[in-house]
Design a protein. Structure first.
Length: 247
């Protein structure tokens, strides 16, 4: 049977193994995501977004850095205890120096990113919870990275997470996301096993077309410098939440 989100002990997410495998250096695939997203954020004036949310923030800081170019407040929503503890340390004023190359790339591509890593994170607030705990329409911009497809093995639950992601912004709210393409169930570190729901550009386009306007979906090639989790690259997305149908 497919593993569902609530079947998993997210409090035990192996933060240090995950960072070592993925974020202790800036890999080409993440540089490509940053480049894509910076083009999106450059269209927004500094401070023009009142409330942004990073859904399932995990220990990945670069989406928060990207959002700092336009957002007055950023909620980093995270349910797992180990990830939340890491975020609390990073937001205390002394973030890991390994994030400096990420910040430097973000700022080089979008000068509206605050000039220091610490200032980029100063608008971020940690919110304990998950996508299902968010009030519909509560945000002006929502961002999500490698979450919905890595939180379940069930395609219907994946689709539900995507719908909830869109609905956490008001109609007309902005959306930016990245997904692992064709990610199977995978391991981090020596032993831990985590769910994956294989999705691709076609499936993601199908899910979001009815929910959004101005949808763009693009593919990023597989990165041989990253661990081989069985994926075939990344999919990046931008869009605008469509108006809700009348009740």
């Amino acid at each position: 049977m497919a593993v569902l989100n609530d079947d998993v002990n997210w409090d035990s997410w192996p933060v240090e193994d995950y960072l070592s495998e993925n974020y202790r250096e800036l890999h080409p695939a993440d540089a490509a995501v940053i480049t894509h997203h910076c083009a999106f954020y450059r269209e927004l004036a500094p401070g023009s977004i009142g409330r942004s949310v990073e859904v399932g923030a995990g220990p990945n800081l670069y989406p928060l850095i990207l959002a700092s170019a336009a957002s007055r407040r950023i909620d980093a929503v995270e349910a797992g205890a180990s990830n939340a503890a890491y975020l609390e340390r990073q937001l205390s004023g002394s973030p890991d120096r390994s994030w400096l190359p990420f910040h430097e790339l973000c700022r080089s591509l979008n000068p509206d990113v605050p000039e220091t890593l610490e200032r980029s994170l100063s608008a971020v607030r940690l919110v304990h919870g998950d996508l299902r705990s968010l009030t519909p329409g509560g945000y002006d911009l929502a961002s999500m990275h490698f979450v919905a497809e890595g939180a379940t093995e069930d395609i219907e639950e994946f689709k539900d997470f995507c719908r909830r992601f869109v609905r956490c912004v008001a109609p007309g709210g902005l959306l930016v996301a990245a997904f692992m393409e064709n990610m199977p169930t995978y391991r981090i570190g020596a032993a831990s096993r985590w769910p994956g729901c294989p999705v691709d550009t076609e499936i993601i386009t199908e899910v979001f077309t009815s929910l959004t306007d101005q949808l763009t979906v693009s593919h990023i090639e597989s990165d041989p410098t990253l661990p081989d989790y069985g994926d075939s690259g990344m999919v990046v997305l931008t869009g605008v939440a469509a108006a809700r149908p009348a009740a």
